[in-house]
Design a protein around this ligand. Sequence first.
Ligand code: C2E
Ligand code: CA
Ligand code: CA
Length: 700
Amino acid sequence: MLKKFTDKATLPDQAKILFKSSISGGLSNIFAAWMIFVLVYETSYMSDALLLGITITVLTIIRTIITEAYLKQQKFSLKVSLGSYILFTFSVGLIWALFEYTQGSHNDEEIRNIIFLINFGLIAGSTAILSVWLPAFLFYVIPQAIAIFYVFINLDYEHNFFIAFTFLIFMAVMISTSLKINRTRKKEISLTQNNEELILDLNSEIDMRERAQMETEKGKQQLEFKVEERTRELQEANIYLEKVIEKKEEAERSLQHLAYHDELTNLPNKNLLVDRISQSIKISLRDNQQMAILFLDLDRFKTINDSLGHIIGDKLLKEVAVRLHETLREHDTVSRNGGDEFVVVLEKLKSYNEAIYIAKKVINNLTRPFDIHAHKIHIGASIGISVYPSDGDSPLILLRNADTAMYRAKKAGGNQLQFYDPSMSNQLRDRLELENELHTALSNNEFYLVYQPQISAETGVTIGVESLLRWNNNKHGEIPPERFVPLLEETGLIYTVGEWVIRQVIGFMSSLSENDVIFSINLSALQCSNQELLNFLEEEIRKSGIDPSRIEFEITETLLINDFVKTQSFLDKLHSLGCTIALDDFGTGYTSMTYLAKLPIDVIKIDKTLVRNIGKNYNLRSIVNAIVTMSNSLGVKNIFEGVETQSELETIIAMNGDIIQGYLFSKPLSEVDLLRWIGCEPADNVKYFDTYQKNNKSPV
Ligand code: C2E
Ligand code: CA
Ligand code: CA
């Protein structure tokens, strides 16, 4: 039973309905009470009715405040609110019951009946309002029912039991009605609750479906996105693969290119060259035509490369490649053979003359100076030519023969062309043999020095000697320095042989009795970029105790052109050791006079080709004259070398030349002969001057 009253599921809703009708229920009680007050006004019950009206009003108002507080602000808990509601409802019921009870003694039957009717009405009304929660209904009506029943039984009517019985039936009907209403209400509530649950379920179902649909939509979109992304990835992968393949092909192409081209100049290399020559041979054979191979070697490239460095050397080779292209016909092949060697294939030749014409054009073009990194570089080219079919019928033979011809051109002084002739091959063989011999020449004591006197033009006294290297080979006999000095340079033997010369000269000087003759030593370009030479020299001078100012070094002009700064530093150091420096072969090259002022040059050696011609060529004589004047004004001494005739000597003396060297006085002498020479002079020399003086009548 109790469970029924406190069904947790429906109780809050029951309480809400009950509390909502609290005002209307309360008002009916207040009206009923004050109606009774009006009814009994000015009777003996008036004061009771007034008390009834006031207490009912107050209780009802308090109950309403509590219920409203619950409904609007939920100030009290459901339990407290319901407890208070019961308390006040029961109090109202009890007040009514007390009032009924007092009606038993009411004299005015009419008023009493009206009051009862009003009470019945309230009870009937309460079934509608309070039965939503049975305890409220029961607490309200039971006190009243008991009071009314008691009054009815004690009425002094004959049929008062019948009235009481009828009242009991009325109450039973009311209670059963109330039970029914209660059940219906509760059903309604749980139905509404169920519906609400259903609606909630439905809503959540809808929510769920919507969410599911959204998820599906999202999934679909994601899927589409993924498909797109995948497609894009695949496309990218495709592009990447294509690129990789392209790169691979490119790499293969460049490898292929590399295999057949020279990396530096991008010209065909030897592999491709041999291929092209074979093709050209086939074409020439078919068309009954001639074809030529130009084997080209740059003159002085090695010196430039060694002195100016590889970067400039490389740049120079590239420039050479460009110039070759400019010079040649479109269908001619130019290739780089390695180093400073280039090979040109001239197809469809009409005559030998055409090959000569092209080769000369190439030489002329390469003789123009090159401007590289602020250096003005002068090179030349030696070209050897072999012709198909007369000089060979295979690429290798044609190449070898053109190479041989090139060596010949180089040996003939460079910057020229040379056709192959079979005798050259033998010479090349000799050259190779000589090179081999050179390696053991030093240890076999095959080198020796000769000394050529240098005579003062003023006094006729020998003031210096030039040391000159000789090679007497066991097999080949005497070999001229023009042949073996370049070989020494090419093989790098020049360093050790050069040191041998210095040691030899200083040794010889030390063995001589006190004198002030200057000994000059020739240095090749390679030696002048060698720091070790300076250290070696310093040590030799220190050990010998020789006055370093008696040692002179002869350097050639080419050295100055190649790397001025480097040469300057080398010469400064050499000079600071106390040695003097002579500029050899002056007048044959490109020497600028300004070099003389900037470099520590003490002497210039006017070349024998100038000397040979000063007697014949008036213009040349005035140039040499100017050189002498200039050297005098710079404080630089001059030596005329290669003086062979009396007339040459006279011209030189007339020019105020300083020193004379040449066969006229003496050929280069052995040590013994030199000692004798120095011992007997100046008596011997004076005879030349005597002749001169006789002729000119003016003493020197
Ligand atoms: P160079 O330094 O110009 O030497 C002068 C050359 O002229 C020498 O030839 C000499 O014998 C020659 N000569 C002297 N007077 C006359 C003359 O009146 N008429 C003619 N026709 N010739 C004359 P050599 O000894 O054959 O030397 C040739 C070149 O070899 C030298 O030219 C020099 O460049 C080089 N050389 C010689 N010895 C050495 C050396 O020890 N070291 C280096 N690096 N080079 C050397
Ligand atoms: Ca010399
Ligand atoms: Ca010379």
